[in-house]
Design a protein around this ligand. Structure first.
Ligand code: ATP
Length: 252
């Protein structure tokens, strides 16, 4: 059985960064990916109802959300979490970076255990050595990772696990046996992305430039192959939110 996955509508990227598909606007079949998704694994990941019916088998309980820094992932995921607190849970990543001010909340700092687990570099490296991460990556001057414990905690609570990770982590999950579904949030253009990064006023100029360089690589990767099951362009926030929500709710 094949599931149809539709590619994003055309975007206003420079041609070198434009998403394209050899299939044009036609549905893209991703049987290879889905076969991997259906491989035997933790029953919680494969079957929301606990039963392996033909329909529910197609929906894994692990959703990987990615997209350039500043594109609006946190804005969308915070809303999803407040609308469906009992259904979804975001896995809290580990990071070696320092807490920063929350976007849109002028004097609130990110909280340990809520936004990230903030750990020193030595602790992070020890966790890597102990094989405690399902994925980890270096971004800028800092390291980020998703621990196995974080995912297991969500499994134990019976919720759908959402990961908000960057490109290297996406590649690692795709190369793993984890049966995940992949969702990419794209900006309407690099210029709009830059405007959002500047608008939230949480990064210095160096950091903005690094994030924009990384954004171009992420967009090229998303464009390079049928990496993601769905690409949502965050132009109008309401529309983007609805598309993300509907994708996450598929099968539940
Ligand atoms: N559709 C939209 N239109 C206008 N502004 C938006 C839209 N979506 C998000 N924003 C704004 O863009 C800024 C960046 O959003 P946000 O911090 O959620 O991005 P992010 O992808 O989570 O970034 P990071 O990966 O660095 O955490 C915020 O100030 C947010 O309010």
């Amino acid at each position: 059985m094949q599931r149809q996955i539709f590619l994003a509508r055309s975007l206003r990227f420079p041609s070198s960064l434009r998403f394209s598909s050899p299939f044009g606007g036609l549905p893209l079949h991703r049987s290879a990916h889905l076969e991997r998704s259906l491989s035997p694994f933790h029953p919680w990941l494969a079957s929301p109802s606990g039963k392996m019916s033909a329909d529910t088998r197609m929906i894994s309980r692990l959703i990987v959300l990615s997209g350039p820094s500043g594109v609006g992932k946190s804005t969308i995921k915070d809303r999803l979490m407040s609308e469906y607190p009992d259904k979804f849970e975001f896995s809290v990543s580990h990071t070696t970076r320092a807490p920063r001010r929350k976007a849109n909340v002028s004097d609130a700092l990110e909280q340990d255990g809520e936004d990230y687990w903030f750990v020193p570099m030595e602790r992070f490296d020890a966790m890597v050595a102990n094989d405690e991460f399902v994925e980890h990556a270096v971004f800028g001057r800092n390291k980020y990772g998703t621990s196995k414990a974080a995912i297991e905690k969500i499994a134990d609570a019976g919720r759908v696990c959402l990961l908000d990770i960057e490109m290297e982590g996406v590649k690692q999950i795709r190369n793993s046996t984890l049966p995940a579904r992949f969702l990419f949030v794209a900006p309407p253009s690099v210029e709009v992305l830059e405007g959002r990064l500047r608008g939230r006023a949480t990064d210095d100029e160096d950091s903005i430039q690094r994030r924009l360089d990384q954004a171009k690589r992420e967009i090229e990767y998303a464009n390079s192959d049928a990496v993601h099951d769905k690409i949502v362009v965050n132009d109008d926030l309401e529309t983007a939110y609805r598309e993300v929500r509907d994708f996450c709710l598929q099968g539940f």
